[in-house]
Design a protein around this ligand. Structure first.
Ligand code: IMP
Ligand code: MG
Length: 174
């Protein structure tokens, strides 16, 4: 089912290290950055990004509905698990695996902004700009990719392949 490797472990490691430095530089060296990870796809990226970053960090997770066992978006977003902690006055970075149509992130940014964080930025490991349906602001993008369905490094197809340490193309995807 898995075809070619799109991004190797080394590609990902180098990119994540660069993003960690860039994000820390932008927020400031002593600033406590609150990571909000979007379950489940972002868990691996978030763990590596946090490990690669210096300075004070806290974290929390939120879960949104995603594709129900298929590789096509329903266009519907639902909150499945809310954050444990308040965002008020905090410097927040939302960490997501991939921005595709942008519907998930745009919904998420709206509900998080309403909680009045001091800063709200977004980091996505991957972006498929050709699929965008809504114009959503993503401050940090790891890799811009073509319209291909990818798995691994947290990303799934029907809940499988999240454990792959690299990002691969699904065979038979467009
Ligand atoms: P959006 O709302 O269309 O931007 O979709 C974002 C969500 O769709 C991501 O958080 C992923 O869970 C899922 N997704 C989009 N493209 C892919 C892909 O190529 N592989 C795995 N999941 C994907
Ligand atoms: Mg996701």
């Amino acid at each position: 089912m898995i075809g070619d490797t799109l991004l190797s472990e080394a590609d990902i490691r180098a990119k994540v290290a660069g993003l960690a430095v860039e994000i820390r530089r932008d927020f400031g060296p002593g600033v406590s950055i609150h990571f909000v990870g979007v379950l489940k796809g972002a868990f691996m990226f978030m763990a590596d990004l946090m490990r690669a970053m210096e300075g004070p960090i806290t974290c929390d997770f939120i879960a949104l509905s995603s594709y129900a066992g298929a590789s096509a978006s329903s266009g519907q977003v639902r909150l499945l698990k809310d954050l444990d902690q308040s965002l008020e006055g905090r410097d927040v970075i939302v960490v997501e695996d991939i921005v595709d149509t942008g519907l998930t992130l745009s919904y998420l940014q709206d509900i998080l902004r309403a909680r009045e964080p001091r800063t709200l930025k977004t980091a996505c490991l991957l972006s498929k700009p050709s699929r965008r349906k809504v114009d959503v602001k993503v401050d940090y993008i790891g890799f811009t990719i073509e319209d291909r369905f990818v798995v691994g490094y947290g990303l799934d197809y029907d809940e499988r392949y999240r454990n792959l340490p690299y990002i691969g193309l699904m065979k038979g995807s467009v």
